[in-house]
Design a protein around this ligand. Structure first.
Ligand SMILES: [Zn+2]
Length: 432
């Protein structure tokens, strides 16, 4: 009888250890949606994760027989290292330190490496709660790896013309060696021609941060296609919902300066909307989420920041919808939400988050004169027609100053310098 009670008690402790790790893990991957979208982490979800971590550390290391310092060190140490690996792809969304980029690059399988020290800790520290926690670590990492291992069901896109001249410039002539050195697995050489194993909604995305920002390559042809598709799909949704919208930022710059093309080093699409006719942010977000469900797009809304991000990957069931934040790269459209406001006596459209050099408004937001934007006009972009500000040139100069001057925002300085030559040549030939 006593033995049975003891065994049942141990089983409860084991499963509690597992459940607590699963809770911290989910809370942490949910948190990664902020750095992924270039936002600072909100206080309350960060606080929840920290509290869960403290509860777990105390649960694992304190029992009726006393304090177990080894269990504390093993649990906190292993979770700490693993969470650095898990966070790297989301942090490397912005140009990041080399070691963060290194971990991001290996993020699909690096979590598996933690299983070895976890196994050692489970063997060396006889603590059933710790054993439960470490078992959950191992199960989650193995499942993540199996679900996200690279596959070869990728259509081939030829790399030619402008894309090829930029690739050649960055590779210093030796493309094969360049691809090997930087682990560009998507690049295929066959019969003297280069192709790109393209991403789709069912594969892992191409990691922009490495290819476009760090190595200074052109956005891959697959990603360009999907960015265009996503842009026009969202524009149709906004039209159907009767939401006033316009092309924004780098996308508008491409439409105006590059004659309707996506910037060669583009990593997202920017569209903006204004809340009018009494529509609230929540109503807008709900409408777009419903559209995302129907069309197979992932939607994430950030009310405090006035941002809705819409991604090309398929929406997944919970908890995988949170776990996707571990994924490296994504094809994304950022929908910035503006409101009508008065600033220093002038009618403006105002947003919560800063955008390039957009002026500060009286209330502390960011905005520009309403008459620059409304009523919206239309412009050719990425193979279709889309709404744009009434005065696109004035809009762009409010954001970027002189738009004739090419600025490689977010592209590594040396890589940007290298691509200057092919960019200038292609522009002169009219092929850019
Ligand atoms: Zn791609």
């Amino acid at each position: 009888m006593f033995l049975e009670t003891l065994r049942a008690g141990l089983a409860v402790e084991f499963f509690m250890g597992m459940a607590l790790y699963a809770a911290i893990y989910l809370s942490f991957v949910r948190l990664l949606r902020f750095p992924r979208n270039w936002l600072s982490v909100s206080l309350s979800p960060a606080f929840t994760t920290a509290v869960l971590m403290i509860i777990t550390a105390v649960y694992v290391s304190v029992s009726h027989v006393g304090f177990d310092p080894f269990a504390l060190v093993a649990s906190v140490g292993i979770i700490g290292v693993l969470f650095c690996i898990i966070a790297a792809p989301a942090i490397a969304f912005q140009p990041a330190l080399r070691w963060v980029e290194f971990m991001a690059k290996h993020g699909n399988y690096a979590g598996l490496y933690i299983i070895l020290p976890a196994g050692f800790a489970a063997y060396a520290v006889p603590n059933v709660k710790l054993l439960g926690l470490l078992s959950a670590v191992a199960v989650i990492e193995v499942v993540w790896f199996i679900r996200h291992r690279p596959n070869n069901r990728r259509p081939l896109h030829p790399i030619v013309d402008y894309d090829l001249s930029v690739l050649k410039a960055q590779a210093g002539g030796d493309i094969k060696n360049f691809a090997r050195r930087h682990g560009i697995d998507e690049l295929v050489l066959s019969e003297g021609a280069f192709s790109w194993r393209g991403c789709s909604a069912d594969t892992l995305p191409c990691p922009f941060n490495l290819y476009v920002n760090r190595l200074g390559l052109n956005t891959a042809p697959c990603c360009r296609e999907h960015l265009a598709e996503l842009c026009h799909s969202v524009a149709i949704c906004l039209k159907d919902m009767d939401v006033t919208h316009w092309l924004e930022g780098g996308s508008l710059l491409g439409a105006v300066r590059e004659r309707g093309q996506i910037l060669a080093w583009e990593d997202d699409v920017d569209v903006s909307v204004v809340l009018d006719s009494g529509r609230t942010f929540d109503q807008l977000a709900a409408g777009i989420s419903a559209y995302g469900e129907r069309e197979g797009l992932h939607v994430d809304a950030f009310k405090n920041e006035g941002l809705i991000s819409i991604s090309f990957d398929r929406p997944q069931a919970w908890p995988f919808s949170w776990e996707r934040n571990r994924m490296r790269g994504e094809i994304r459209l950022d929908l910035a939400v503006y409101e009508h406001a008065l600033s220093f006596g002038e009618a403006v459209l105002e947003r919560k988050s800063p955008k390039a050099a957009m002026s500060k408004t009286e209330s502390g937001g960011f905005g520009l004169a309403r008459e620059i934007v409304l009523p919206t006009s239309t412009i050719d972009f990425a193979g279709g027609n889309i709404a744009c500000p009434n005065k696109p040139l004035e809009y762009l100069s409010a954001l970027y100053g002189d738009i004739g001057e090419v600025v490689y925002t977010y592209v590594d300085e040396a890589a940007a310098e290298t691509r200057c030559r092919p960019d200038t040549t292609e522009a002169a030939m009219g092929t850019r």
